[in-house]
Write a protein that binds this ligand. Structure first.
Ligand SMILES: [Zn+2]
Length: 467
């Protein structure tokens, strides 16, 4: 499968990451059910915006895009998005793009304009519009557009290759000196790694037109074969019921949310809480709900792993585990219904918690329930607590880029306490309790609670965790 990757000109926002996360859900589900996955993603490291921003910053496009490519990978790691098998940078595939344009030119589907740029002749591909189901019947033959992104009204012959302009990065090639348009990139790299026809092409819903229409036109004009057999388009998200925009003040990057003190795992779960085919309304209440859901999962997992249970097994729990597993897989198999897939897992946790409370969960049940949690986590990947690292990195980044003022005060307070300092305070509290100095013991508990550290007393001893 091929999924359109980022244009590395800025930090990704949560709408971008919703798309990458939903594709991650797809690839993980395919692997879970035993389907081998070869996943290709492009990195657009040359385009109008990169050239413009790099010039404004007074650095080369390579230096400029490398910075945001690294940020993109850090953000993917924070969100636990698996890396595709192949990641392809546009600037490393220029010869393939040139070859494709030459083939298009040979059939008359591409032509060169007076300035040396190459365009795709829309009139040569009557099926144009079949993916977006738009009617381009009235379009003007020969009208051209050289922007990478454009609206329906201006569906015109689009740029495949842009002739070099003074001061712009360009490549000397058989079709002249210049740089590729955005659309030709994806056709060239998808076919390079996946062949002329492949199973699935994914991307955000905004890419349907013109980007994916253009990919189809360029590719099928050369191969006369279906380019992608299936298309998956992830719907955009709203934030608090409105379109996300900087001017509305509801625009968030992943880093913005980490600095507000939200955990990366909660952001991951919140962004996949609604199936890809539906619009997600992202809210802070939703993030808090996701945080609580992850807490329930982790607490239950700990309880199951560390608990001491009597021998034997409980047939009712065995049945409940089998049902949860079947319902979970069926929900994902139903067009990746992530919302429905969660329900049976939490039903099982409720039933198992009740059974533990009543002494009815037995040693033999543990394995069956852990197996269900493992298959849940193979796709959702939130149970193991790896949240400290992304937060630490975001804080480091904030310090380096002068954004510490954006950090939530609770988060700063929480981070100021090292694990060793917490261990020492917890030990002091245990000693105070033993000495019946309950005032001091309570004082320590409250102090830690104020910094987001929760102490849990159990018969196995004292445990603490960061909230
Ligand atoms: Zn693409």
């Amino acid at each position: 499968m091929y999924a359109c990757g980022p244009t590395v000109y800025d930090f990704g926002h949560i709408g971008n990451f919703r798309t990458f996360l939903q594709v991650d859900i797809l690839r993980r589900f395919l692997k879970l059910i035993g389907t081998p996955v070869r996943h290709v993603m492009n990195i657009t490291d040359v385009d109008d915006k990169i050239i413009h921003n790099a010039a404004a910053a007074g650095i080369s496009i390579g230096a400029y895009s490398a910075r945001y490519e690294q940020a993109f990978f850090e953000d993917l790691d924070a969100l636990r998005v698996e890396r595709p098998e192949i990641m392809a940078r546009a600037t490393e595939h220029i010869p393939r793009m040139v070859e494709l344009i030459q083939k298009l030119a040979a059939t008359g589907a591409a032509y060169q304009a007076e300035d040396g740029s190459w365009y795709f002749r829309l009139a040569s591909f009557p099926e144009y519009g079949k993916l977006s189901k738009k009617d381009f019947g009235g379009m003007e033959d020969g009208a051209r557009v050289d922007l990478d992104e454009y609206e329906k009204d201006s569906a015109r012959d689009f740029a495949l290759w842009k002739a070099a302009k003074p001061g712009e990065t360009s490549w000397e090639t058989a079709i002249g000196r210049g740089r590729p348009g955005w659309h030709i990139e994806c056709s060239a790299m998808a076919m390079e790694y996946l062949g002329e026809s492949f199973d699935l092409h994914a991307g955000g819903e905004d890419l349907i037109f013109p980007h994916h229409e253009n990919e189809i036109a360029q590719s099928e004009s050369v191969t006369h074969k279906p380019f992608a057999r299936h298309w998956m388009h992830v719907r955009f998200l709203l934030v608090d019921g409105r379109k996300m925009s900087k001017s509305e003040g509801n625009f968030y990057t992943l880093r913005d949310l980490l600095l507000k003190g939200y955990k990366a795992s909660a952001i991951r779960l919140a962004l996949v809480s609604v199936p890809y085919r539906h619009q997600l309304n992202f809210t802070f209440d939703g993030l808090i709900e996701a945080t609580a859901a992850i807490e329930r999962l982790r607490t239950f997992y700990q309880r199951l792993v560390t608990g001491r249970f009597a021998d034997g097994s409980n047939p009712a729990l065995k049945t409940a585990a089998e049902k949860a597993q079947a319902d979970y897989l069926a929900a994902l198999a139903n067009d990746l219904n992530t919302a429905e897939a969660r329900a049976p897992i939490f039903d099982l946790i409720r039933a198992a918690n009740t059974a533990i409370d009543q002494g009815q969960l037995l040693a033999g049940d543990r394995h069956a329930i852990l197996a269900v949690l493992a298959s849940f986590d193979a796709v959702f990947d939130v149970i193991e607590d790896r949240d400290a690292e992304p937060t630490r990195r975001a804080l480091e980044w904030a310090a380096q880029t002068g954004r510490l003022a954006d950090v939530a005060p609770e988060l700063l307070a929480r981070q100021s306490l090292t694990d060793e300092a917490i261990d020492a305070l917890v030990a002091e509290r245990t000693l105070a309790k033993r000495q019946r100095n309950f005032a001091r013991a309570d004082q320590i508990r409250n102090e830690l609670a104020g910094k987001g550290v929760v102490i849990e007393d159990s018969k196995d001893g004292v445990r603490w965790k960061r909230k």
